[in-house]
Design a protein around this ligand. Structure first.
Ligand code: MLT
Length: 411
C-alpha cells in the first residue's frame, strides 16, 4: 500500500502564481478581446543579452563536434563559470569565496526550495511575513510545520512581520529558531535591509547557532550604497549564512534556468550527538546525488555576462526595468496610493485603496483596467491589504498599465 506524504494536504490548493494564472485564464475566456497587461509574476520580458546568445550558439557548435562534445559535466558547475562568479561578485568586492563553495544549479528557486533537506526535520523555521512562498511551502511539504490555522499561519513556524510600521525590517524572533530565511532585496515588498539591520541578523545567528538562508536573487537591482549586495559583506556571516543568487532576474534567464548557491565551508550545524558538520559537505552530497549539472550551453551563456561587454548589456537591461519601476512608483504615488519598493528592486508594493482585501483588488484591477498583479495576501497574512506589481513588463505595457489604473480604476 502506497501512502501519500500528508504534509502536502496542509498546503492551500494552488501555488500562488498558479492561482493567479487560473483567475486570469477564467477572465480571458469570458472576455476574449480584453487586452490584458501582465505585471503579476516577476517574469522578464527583454531577450537574453547578446553576449549570452553568442556564447550559447558557440556552445551548441561545440556540442555538434566529436572533439568538443560534452556529456555529463561537473555536478557543481564548470570552473569557467564558478571562477567568473567568484571574480565579479565576490573577489572584486573584497569578499573571499572558494571554488568548492559555489554550487551552480538550474535556478535559485530550486535551491531555496531544496536547501531545507539538509536540516533536521524538527528544525524551527523563521520566515518573514509577507514572504516568497517557496521557503514556506517546501518546509510544509517536509513536515516542519503543523496545520494551517484560521489566521493564515502554519503552526510551528516563527513568522517575522515585515510591515509598513517596522519599515519592512522585521524584529528578531522572540523564541529560538534554527533556519532563518531572509530575502534582500525583498520579494514581494521590493524593500531592503540596511547594513546595520543585516548585521543584527548575523549577530543573532551567531549567538543562537542558527543558519541564515539569504536569498539575493535581486542583488543586481540595488542602487543605494547602504544595502549590502551579499550577506558576506557582514563580518561573521561566513560562519552562519548560505547565499542564493540567480541569473533569472539579473540576465533574463527565467526560461533558460541558471542560478547558484554559496555555502562557505565554515558554516556548520550540529548532529543530535553534538558533533558539528559543514553544511557545504552535506549540500555537495545532495547536489551530486540528485543533480547532474546545469546544461553546458546554459553555463556558457551565464558566464558570458561576466565579460566587460556582458556587464554593460546586463546593466542596460536592469536600467530598463528600473525605469519601469520608477514609472509605476511615481505614477501610483501621484494617484495618492501608498507605494513601497521599486528603488533597489523590480517590485512595487502598494497599499490597496480603502483597505480593500488583496484578492478583491486583484479582481477589480483585472476587470476594470485589465491589469494583472499579485495579491499581497498570497505572500502571507501581513500582505493582506497590499498588492505587488512587477517592473519586468515592456515599457509600453508598463506605461499603459499606469495610465489605465489612473483612468479606469474606480475606487
Ligand atoms: C515572483 O514573481 O515572485 C518570482 O518570479 C517567482 C520566482 O522567481 O520564482
Amino acid at each position: 500500500m502506497a501512502y501519500i506524504n500528508e504534509n502536502y494536504l496542509k498546503l492551500p490548493g494552488n501555488y500562488l502564481f498558479a492561482e493567479v494564472a487560473r483567475r486570469v485564464a477564467a477572465f480571458r475566456s469570458e472576455h476574449p478581446d480584453a487586452e490584458i497587461i501582465r505585471l503579476g509574476i516577476g517574469d522578464v520580458t527583454l531577450p537574453l543579452p547578446a553576449v549570452s546568445i553568442e556564447a550559447m550558439h558557440a556552445a551548441v557548435d561545440e556540442m555538434a563536434k566529436k572533439e568538443t562534445f560534452r556529456g555529463y559535466g561537473p555536478e557543481q558547475g564548470y570552473d569557467f563559470l564558478i571562477d567568473a562568479i567568484i571574480e565579479r561578485n565576490y573577489a572584486s568586492h573584497g569578499l573571499k569565496v572558494e571554488r568548492d563553495e559555489v554550487f551552480v544549479s538550474d535556478g535559485s528557486k530550486s535551491d531555496c526550495g531544496n536547501i531545507q533537506e539538509i536540516f533536521s526535520s524538527d528544525a524551527v523555521v523563521a520566515i518573514t511575513d509577507p514572504v516568497y512562498p517557496v521557503y514556506l511551502d517546501t518546509n510544509v511539504m517536509a513536515g516542519r510545520t503543523g496545520a494551517l490555522g484560521a489566521d493564515g499561519r502554519f503552526e510551528g513556524v516563527v513568522y517575522l512581520p515585515s510591515t509598513e510600521e517596522n519599515g519592512f525590517a522585521p524584529a528578531l524572533p522572540d523564541r529560538p529558531v534554527d533556519m532563518i530565511y531572509l530575502c534582500c532585496p525583498n520579494n514581494p515588498t521590493g524593500t531592503t535591509l540596511s547594513r546595520a539591520e543585516l548585521a543584527k541578523w548575523v549577530a543573532y545567528a551567531r549567538e543562537n547557532d542558527a543558519v541564515i538562508l539569504f536569498d539575493a536573487a535581486y542583488a543586481a537591482y540595488i542602487t543605494e550604497p547602504d544595502v549590502p549586495r551579499s550577506i558576506y559583506e557582514l563580518d561573521g556571516a561566513r560562519d552562519v549564512a548560505i547565499e542564493f543568487r540567480s541569473f533569472s532576474k539579473t540576465a533574463g534567464f527565467t526560461g533558460t534556468r541558471c542560478g547558484y548557491t554559496v555555502i562557505p565551508k565554515s558554516v556548520t550545524a550540529k548532529a543530535k550527538d553534538g558533533s558539528r558538520h559543514p553544511l557545504n559537505a552535506l549540500w555537495s552530497r545532495r547536489h551530486s546525488t540528485k543533480f547532474n549539472g546545469t546544461a553546458y550551453i546554459v553555463q556558457r551563456g551565464a558566464a558570458a555576462i561576466y565579460t566587460d561587454e556582458g556587464q554593460k548589456q546586463v546593466a542596460a537591461n536592469i536600467a530598463y526595468y528600473m525605469e519601469n519601476a520608477r514609472i509605476i512608483r511615481e505614477g501610483l504615488s501621484a494617484l495618492g496610493l501608498s507605494v513601497f519598493g521599486g528603488v533597489n528592486a523590480p517590485y512595487i508594493w502598494l497599499k490597496t485603496p480603502k483597505g480593500m482585501p488583496s484578492w478583491t483588488f486583484f479582481d477589480k484591477l483585472l476587470r476594470e483596467a485589465n491589469v494583472v498583479g499579485t495579491p499581497g495576501a498570497g505572500f502571507g497574512p501581513c500582505g493582506e491589504g497590499y498588492f505587488r506589481l512587477t517592473a519586468f513588463g515592456g515599457r509600453e505595457d508598463t506605461e499603459k498599465a499606469v495610465a489605465r489604473i489612473r483612468e479606469k480604476l474606480h475606487v
